[in-house]
Structure formats: C-alpha cells, structure tokens
Write a protein that binds this ligand. Structure first.
Ligand code: ADP
Length: 456
C-alpha cells in the first residue's frame, strides 16, 4: 500500500505549478511586447496603452503648493505637496481606508466621500492665510483605474478594476463627477489634472532620479507607465501632435492576456480566483501578481489540501474557508519569520484562523508563500522587460520607479524582480534597476499640476 505523503512531497507538486523558467519568461516577454505595440496602434485593445496628456519629463525646477487626492484600491490618500525645485519636496498626508461597501456603492457617493476627506484635511492641515481670499489651490486627482482621456483634466472611466463595482460610473467623466462633489462641499480648489498612479510615480521618480524611464505600481492592483514618442502612437496621429514630442503612456498592463489566456501560466487556483471575481476574464496579468490576489491564491491551495484530508484533520477550518480572508500581508509575514519554530506562522494560524499547525506544515506554508510571491515578481519582470526591450533601454540601462505595499513591504520582492531580469536578459539585465518612488502618486500629481500650469 502507498505510504502517506509528507508535506515536502506535496510541496513538489506546487513547485512545478508555480515555477517560471527563464525560457518561459522570454516567451512571455515577446508576447507582451506585441501586445504593447498593438495597444499603441489601435484603439480599444485589451491592453489599452492610454495616452495621458502628460507631455515630457519635469525639469526638476517645478515649485509651489499643490493638493492631491489619490484614490487607490485600498486607501484614499489626501496630501499637500510643496515642491521646492531641485528635485526636492515636502509632503503632509492623511490616509482614509475605504470600506468594502464604498467599493460597491453609487459613484457620486464615493466622490462625495473623497471631497469630504479633502475638506477635513484642509481644515486640519492648511494654516489660515495659506489660501488667500478668492484664491484656489490647484488639485491633482490620482484616479488609478483605466480612463480614456482627451485632455489632462478629464477622463472617462473605461471599467473598474481591483474588485471595485461602484455603480453609475463606468463610461462617465470621473473628473466632472469629482468636480461636482467638490462644488457641493464648497472647497476652494481647482482640479487641474486627472492622472493615474503609475503616471504620477513615473513623473515623481524622474523629478528625483532622472535615470527613471518606467514606473510600476504593485499595490492592490498592478500597472505600469513609461514615456513614449508620439511618432510611435499610431492611434493618436489624428491629434496632430509632433512625432518627436513625448507623452506618458499609462499601459494598464494588468489586462495583459485577458479573455484569451494564451500566454500566462495559470494554475487551477488562478482560474478559481478569476471565475469567482466580480470581473471574470479581465485583468489576467494583475490577478497573478497584485496584493489583492496573492493571499487568495495561497488560501485556495490550503483549502484544496483541507478537502483532501491532508491539512487540519479533525479541526474546525471554517475561518479559512471564507474568500479573501488570507491577506497578502500574511505572505510577507510568513516569508520573514526569523524563528526556527516559525512562531510568526503559528501566530497567524492560531490567532486569525483558530487552527493548530505542525512545524512541517508551517515550513510548507512558508515555501508556498515563496512560490507565489516569486512567481508574481518574475511575471512583473517580464512586463518591465517588454517595455525595456521595446524602447531599447537595455544597453544604456535605466531606473524603474516602483511603489505600492507589495513592492515596499514584501521581503525580497525587488531582488526577485532583478533576478528575473537577469534570467531574461542575461548579465545585461543588471542594467535595469528598480527603486522605491517615495509618495510617487501624490508628488507626481503635484508636479503634473505644476507642469500643466506652465504649459497654459
Ligand atoms: P493601494 O493599492 O490602495 O494604492 P497599497 O499600495 O497599500 O494601496 O496596496 C494594498 C495592497 O497591498 C492590499 O492588497 C494588501 O493586501 C497588500 N499589502 C498590504 N500590506 C502588505 C504587506 N506587508 N506585504 C504584502 N502585501 C501587502
């Protein structure tokens, strides 16, 4: 009769499912490049390659006080940014967590909430007299969902991502909706720019480090932006902008391989994540990478092993069986547990899920987290490599500004991206280096507001 499988035996199966070989990565990069090109040629592609109307790099000399509201996937941030020129700035900010209800309610209500938070922020952070009578502070609105834009202070929401299902918003101009909320709350600001967090991070990173050519966000979602020559944006020829002018492109690359699922290695757990999401088929790349989903992927593997009678026999596992209860932050904690006994992992499972674990099981969980986290980082490297290769940045090298909790807090995430780039490009992959873009989206929207003012 068969001997009982150990946790190490089980792990081997998941290793083969979640491991990306260099060869496979290079195939993904090629397909990714073609997809990026297609998005620049034609409208309404899966990866939409959205022109942002942010023209060229900042000079680094931009100055002044700017407000920024940043609607991410998990938090709402409000900040006051003082640009001091010479790549320096000061920032004061407050964070407000969005409830799950707010992510599904009416759109105008959501923007009303953003306006109220801004009002509270102004009341407690802006000294009397800073805003002179009759004067309005410029406001940058970082709205990190795919919008099609015809100018910088306007944007029609194409579709919600990152689990949002807010009603009465898709297809509408979100800048106009927010301006309505600002008016209702009687706030003395002028909305000067609607931007995406990737675009903001791109511009802010370049302000501080001019070697920056690309920006990537690893938060609730995953997306990238870079600077493109208008001559390469076939679909925007009708705008009549000079071929050698540069404009930031918001890739919305989270959508790569959506619907057809031809290029990315999806396991059955990824398919369940997709099918049970509020937008099945969409954001295929993002669903393998971003903070919203990694914990859920790990949870589904655990649930499979519970069903097979491998884990937690005789224990009540209902707490583990609810969707999305396993936060990606737990993967970070598990990977960084410094103790031989893996005490942190004991803590997570007893405290949050009320189950007892053996050491062998804890070692398995940690290894599983590593597989899922590593795959996410290596897939991200594929996306970065596609832009690098398309733009010819490999020889000269460049810096990639990165932000989001996954990048900032997941141990080893950046190193794994760098290893991935070397697997794709060989030694030259070392020429591409990511760095943390501090407060990128807020500072970026301030700089863009300043650049916009100068253009007018
Ligand atoms: P946003 O996407 O709203 O801009 P963040 O960049 O903070 O916000 O990303 C939030 C996502 O990051 C959530 O999905 C959360 O699960 C994940 N997250 C939070 N803390 C950590 C952590 N320590 N390690 C890994 N992921 C984390």
């Amino acid at each position: 009769h068969a001997t009982k499988k150990t946790m190490a035996d089980h792990l081997r199966k998941y290793e083969s499912l979640f491991t990306l070989t260099p060869q496979r990565m290079r195939m993904i990069v090629e397909a990714f490049k073609d997809t990026l090109e297609l998005g620049l040629q034609k409208h309404d592609q899966v990866v939409p390659m959205i022109p942002t109307f942010v023209f060229g790099w900042p000079t680094g000399k931009e100055r002044g006080d700017y407000l920024a509201v940043d609607l991410g996937g998990t938090n709402l941030r409000v900040c006051l940014v003082t640009l001091q020129g010479e790549g320096k700035f000061e920032i004061t900010q407050s964070k407000y967590r969005l409830s799950e209800e707010q992510k599904q309610e009416d759109g105008q209500k959501l923007f009303d909430f953003c306006a109220e938070c801004l009002k509270t922020f102004i009341d407690s952070n802006i000294k009397e007299g800073t805003i002179k009578e009759g004067q309005e502070l410029p406001l940058g609105f970082t709205f990190s969902y795919p919008c099609s834009q015809e100018r910088i202070d306007h944007g029609q929401l194409i579709r919600w991502t990152k689990g949002f299902g807010v009603t009465n918003t898709e297809g509408r101009d979100v800048a106009a909706m927010f301006i309505e909320s600002l008016g209702k709350a009687d706030i003395p600001v002028t909305l000067t720019a609607l931007i995406n967090d990737t675009t903001g991070t791109l511009i802010a990173s370049h302000y501080v480090n001019p070697r920056t050519k690309i920006a990537v966000i690893f938060g609730t979602g995953c997306n990238a932006a870079y600077m493109e020559k208008m001559g390469n944006v076939e679909k925007s020829k009708s705008l009549g902008i000079k071929d050698d002018a540069e404009m930031a492109i918001n890739c919305e690359w989270g959508a790569f391989d959506s619907f057809e699922h031809e290029h990315l290695p999806r396991t059955k757990y990824d398919k369940v994540v997709d099918e049970t999401s509020n937008k099945p088929g969409e954001q295929a790349f993002e669903k393998l990478i971003s903070g919203r989903y990694l914990g859920e992927i790990l949870r589904l593997v655990i649930c499979e092993l519970i069903d097979e009678g491998v884990l937690f026999l005789g224990q009540n596992t209902y707490k583990l069986e609810a969707p999305y209860v396993f936060d990606t932050a737990f993967l970070s904690l598990m990977e960084s547990d410094p103790t031989d006994e893996l005490l942190m992992i004991i803590g997570i499972f007893t405290h949050f899920f009320a189950v007892e674990t053996t050491l062998a099981e804890r070692q398995f969980f940690r290894a599983l987290a590593m597989l899922i986290g590593k795959r996410a980082a290596r897939l991200s490297a594929c996306g970065i490599a596609a832009i690098v290769s398309k733009m010819g940045y490999l020889e000269e090298g460049c810096s990639v500004g990165a932000d989001g909790s996954l990048y900032n807090k997941y141990p080893g995430f950046a190193d794994r991206i760098h290893e991935g780039l070397i697997d794709i490009f060989g030694e030259k992959g070392k020429n591409i280096v990511t760095h943390h873009a501090e407060d990128g989206s807020g500072v970026g929207s301030a700089i863009i507001a300043a650049m916009t003012k100068e253009r007018k």
